[in-house]
Design a protein around this ligand. Structure first.
Ligand code: HEC
Length: 115
């Protein structure tokens, strides 16, 4: 941002923007922070295991569908991004009407597989 001759309003705007950012970050990723990976695992076993290998103890999934562990280990993987991705059915997936909380739980569960 370029500094204008009139400094004060700019600073006030910045402080306001910072406060707003703080408020938003307290609200939005809150869903992901509160995500329950154990619940995500239950959902994954119910909804996703017909195609994906969702847990290390699952003997088989569908050919050419990435395992959740391999998805979790991809560079740039993020639970948040995965949760957002799951809010829209992916092309080869049936439309499962996953809610925001469920998507966050699934994202958290998949992320836990990278460890
Ligand atoms: C009908 C089969 C099927 C089901 C059921 C299914 N998936 Fe998928 N999923 C796929 C396929 C196929 C791909 C690979 C898509 C591609 O490569 O374009 C994929 C890819 C993904 C990816 C990786 C997307 C990326 O960024 O490349 C994620 C994450 C994912 N699935 C999550 C889930 C979750 C969570 C569930 C359960 C709620 C689920 N999937 C259920 C078939 C399925």
């Amino acid at each position: 941002m370029t500094r204008s001759a009139c400094r004060r309003p700019v600073q006030r705007t910045r402080a306001f923007a910072a406060a707003l950012t703080l408020m938003l970050s307290a609200l939005l990723p809150g869903a992901a922070l509160a995500a329950d990976a154990a619940h995500g695992e239950t959902l994954a076993k119910r909804w996703c295991a017909s195609c994906h290998i969702v847990a290390p103890d699952q003997p088989r999934g569908t050919d050419n569908v990435p395992t959740f562990a391999s998805i979790a280990k991809r560079p740039g993987f993020s639970a948040d991004q995965t949760a957002r991705f799951l809010m829209n059915p992916h092309p080869k997936m049936p439309d499962m009407q996953i809610g925001r909380g469920e998507a966050a739980d699934l994202g958290a569960y998949i992320a836990s597989l990278a460890k």
